[in-house]
Design a protein. Structure first.
Length: 164
């Protein structure tokens, strides 16, 4: 079995539901909210600055990472990275984040922000492996809201040759 990785430009209704199931892992009560969120992302006129990197196995989405330029804080953000529990610890999240960072470089991002919850040790390990540096505890989330004490903001800066 081979995992297929790709950048989604459009999604079928079935794929939207599969992606929402990945997003809703551990929060199944939020499934419909996530479906609406994904549909809105793909319908957004500003979607040219939003990208979904997808991991698929046998036609089923098993993981994703989202890269977007937040208009609220004017920063590139890698967020929502998740893999279904049955497929974790196989390098899928690592590959998704790697693809996401490559795409950010293509988009001439100077840096990428990742927000990590304090109790998410796996995400903390991953951002450290990629060289992200912790910036702050109290950060503005991607919608511009202040988040205090729930996690950290990390940043990965790219070389100067990636300037806008």
């Amino acid at each position: 079995m081979t995992v297929i990785f790709y950048q989604a430009k459009t999604l079928t209704r079935t794929q939207v539901e599969q992606l929402a199931r990945v997003m809703s892992t551990g929060e199944e009560h939020r499934f419909e909210e996530h479906v609406e969120y994904i549909v809105n992302d793909f319908d957004d006129p500003g979607k040219e600055d939003k990208y979904y990197l997808i991991a698929e196995l046998n036609g089923v989405i098993i993981g994703f990472c989202r890269l977007w330029l937040s208009p609220n804080i004017n920063e590139w953000i890698a967020d929502g990275i998740d893999v279904l529990p049955s497929h974790r610890r196989k390098g899928i999240g690592f590959k998704l984040l790697s693809m996401t960072l490559s795409l950010a470089k293509e988009k001439k991002a100077e840096s990428v922000i990742a927000h990590v919850l304090k109790d998410n040790h796996k995400a903390l390990n991953m951002v450290n492996k990629f060289g992200f540096q912790k910036e702050t505890d109290n950060y503005h989330n991607s919608w511009g809201e202040i988040r205090k004490g729930v996690g950290w903001q990390f940043r990965l800066k790219f070389n100067n040759d990636c300037k806008k």
